[in-house]
Design a protein around this ligand. Structure first.
Ligand SMILES: Cc1cc2nc3c(=O)[nH]c(=O)nc-3n(C[C@H](O)[C@H](O)[C@H](O)COP(=O)(O)OP(=O)(O)OC[C@H]3O[C@@H](n4cnc5c(N)ncnc54)[C@H](O)[C@@H]3O)c2cc1C
Length: 187
């Protein structure tokens, strides 16, 4: 959601204005479901992860409605196509030039097409059997990004959300012909 928010906020920029952006908003397995936050800058102490799941969706919908939110679908496979990727869910098939995967670091994630990149997590307790998608600077393969704990980061909310924002600015930079890009609103 952090990645989608930053991508959505770039709409006024000419290089992003006509891009189609979508997010498969499967939330049931999120570690936010039962998390409680006291140690995150900018979040009021006592904030519930379950509330962030709802408020994040609403923020994306209200501010950046051009980002399509796809609900009640689970990704089954991500396969390289002639241009971009074919993403198959339990209900539909989508095509996208770029894909960002942020499916968390549990060993319960089963998405065909990713097995080749899946490895034991480099920054988690071995006995927990966490996994990551091997990547360099969030890039798994051309056009295929990973964000959050699945990118190999430790499980802290600010790190996972920051990782998503980082990937968004990498994609905006790509769309902007390699010129380093960020999106700032001013008071
Ligand atoms: C009990 C608990 C307490 C915590 N407390 C703190 C704390 O105090 N401070 C702190 O900083 N951090 C805390 N955390 C950690 C924080 O919640 C995580 O670091 C953060 O949620 C990781 O984000 P993520 O995007 O990597 O993974 P997640 O939030 O787990 O998101 C992964 C998403 O991928 C989706 N998904 C999985 N498979 C598929 C599929 N096949 N198709 C589509 N979608 C899929 C899931 O449904 C989920 O929405 C806590 C975590 C837990 C569990």
């Amino acid at each position: 959601m952090s990645c989608a928010l930053v991508l959505g906020s770039a709409k006024p920029k000419s290089f992003a204005a006509h891009k189609s952006i979508g997010i498969i908003m499967h939330q049931r397995a999120s570690h936010l479901q039962n998390a409680l936050f006291n140690n995150v800058l900018g979040l009021a102490p006592g904030t519930l992860g379950a509330d962030i799941l709802e408020s994040g969706k609403a923020q994306l919908e209200q501010l950046y409605p051009h980002v399509e939110q796809i609900e009640k679908e689970k990704v089954k496979s991500i396969v390289k196509a002639s241009e971009g990727f074919t993403i198959t869910t339990n209900k539909n098939t989508y095509h996208s030039k770029l894909v960002v995967i942020a499916a968390g670091y549990t060993n319960l994630v089963h998405i065909d097409g990713l097995q080749h990149y899946l490895q034991p997590h480099p920054r988690a307790a071995v006995e927990k059997e966490r996994m990551w998608l091997k990547n360099e600077d969030h890039l798994v393969a051309e056009g295929l990004y990973v964000a959050g704990t699945m990118a190999g980061w430790r499980s802290q909310f600010a790190i996972a959300a920051g990782s998503g924002a980082q990937v968004a600015t990498d994609i905006l930079t790509l769309w902007n012909d390699g010129k380093h890009t960020k999106v700032h609103d001013k008071a």
